[in-house]
Design a protein around this ligand. Structure first.
Ligand code: SAM
Length: 392
């Protein structure tokens, strides 16, 4: 067995992790393959990020094949009997004949496993088939003008929703940018952790046009909006990564990191995960570099005031939650985001974490010092929201 050499004319799409290619054997119209981009011979070694991306690709490709040829069913097969490279066969199945460009296609084994008959199209037909798939796939791609439009719409609506949930949001995000300016210089390399749609990355780039930003999140919907927002912008890398996974930082590029910032996100993580994350960050950020974290951090030094503010927040909790759920219902109903929505369901079982970890600022300060940061402390506060910053 050898690796899988794709003929360029059969390649119809790709993302960072998977390539979509037409099968040269078109005994079943629209037979395609999803080929893992990195060298890998065992399906058991496909990592969680690759599985999530594969699911997205399966959804896009199925949608496109549905629109072009209306198959009655799909078979999916990792065969790898001849090619030692992970690839998934996507095999449309047909209850009756299909006609395309003057050719007729049957599925003589409909109802059973797909057949292995060989049917090679002329170069002209193969080229046209590839072109129609390519064009249809591009429509579902995040780097098209259409994607840029839905991204703008969703970006604005995410901002409105988050501001309604966290009235201090503008000020929190502005504070993080201010800290980067003060401590990381005019052309920083910054990581926006749990970036969501990239709201903070947008502000960082407005303030530092020469910055390099890596924006990492785990949510396929929010990542799709972020990717479509920054499509073609070489200064930004939008990365899929799960902070719950110990290897999350492997997705970051090489080189020194001047600052890591994060807003209203780490309460999604359990205490041991945040502790481990802080240790990871102490190893990643260059000496003298910055970590800044804006979150709900309950007030403890004025307990009555703290409790009054917290109870006010709890009282508004149902409305807050309703607004959040409404936003996600709108996402679910949007056909542009549907493939990403389905992929999201594989990552999170609900739209919000079952339990939140929101300790006081003092907890973060101590955990950061323990992790190896030189100094750490509250640098901004607005009611129950605070920003803790630390120097590596
Ligand atoms: C309330 S949103 C805030 C997003 C963004 N920082 C902002 O201010 O707009 C919380 C973010 O944390 C992300 N998140 C939650 N758990 C995560 C994890 N394990 N790994 C990476 N991101 C995660 C969610 O996907 C979501 O984007």
């Amino acid at each position: 067995m050898s690796g899988l050499a794709l003929m360029p004319e059969t390649v119809v799409g790709a993302d960072e992790l998977w390539t979509v290619a037409l099968n040269r054997n078109q005994n079943l119209l629209g037979k395609t393959m999803l080929v893992l981009n990195r060298a890998c011979t065992a399906v058991a070694e496909v990592n969680p990020e690759e599985w999530t991306a594969l699911l997205c690709q399966i959804q896009r490709l199925s949608r496109v094949l549905d629109s072009l040829f209306s198959p009655d069913q799909f078979n999916f097969a990792f065969l790898m009997n001849q090619d030692a490279q992970v690839h998934l066969h996507v095999v449309p199945r047909y209850a009756g004949p299909r006609h395309w460009e003057g050719l007729s296609f049957d599925d003589p084994h409909w109802g059973g496993s797909f057949g292995y008959e060989q049917r090679f199209l002329s170069a002209d037909h193969l080229g046209r088939l590839a072109q129609s798939l390519r064009a249809a796939l591009e429509e579902t791609d995040v780097s098209t003008p259409a994607a840029s439009q839905w991204a703008q719409r969703w970006q604005a609506s995410w901002g409105r929703m988050e501001e309604a949930l966290a009235p201090a949001r503008q000020w929190q995000l502005g504070g993080l940018v201010e800290l980067v300016e003060a401590l990381a210089g005019p052309t920083p390399r910054v990581v926006d952790l749990a970036c969501g749609t990239g709201s903070l990355a947008i502000r960082l780039l407005e303030r530092f046009p020469g910055a390099a930003v890596e924006a990492l999140d785990v949510d396929p919907v929010l990542l799709a909006i972020a990717k479509a927002t920054f499509a073609g912008d070489q200064r930004v890398r939008v990365i899929t990564g799960d902070l719950r996974s110990p290897g999350w930082a492997e997705a970051l590029g090489d080189g020194e990191i001047d600052a890591v910032v994060t807003s209203t996100a780490l309460h999604w993580l359990a205490e041991p995960v945040v502790r481990r994350l802080y240790r990871d960050l102490a190893g990643l950020i260059r000496p003298g570099g910055l970590f800044a974290h804006a979150e709900i951090m309950p007030i403890t030094d004025a307990p009555h005031i703290g409790e009054a503010l917290a109870s006010q927040r709890r009282a508004g909790g149902a409305d807050t939650r309703a607004r959040w759920d409404e936003w996600w219902s709108d996402v679910e109903a949007d056909p542009d985001l549907r493939p990403f929505w389905s992929a999201r369901e594989a990552v999170f079982s609900s739209t919000y974490p079952a339990t939140e970890f929101s300790p006081p600022a003092a907890w973060h300060r101590e955990a950061l010092l323990e992790a190896g940061f030189q100094e750490a402390g509250v640098v901004f506060r607005s009611g129950g929201a605070a920003t803790v910053a630390a120097i590596r």
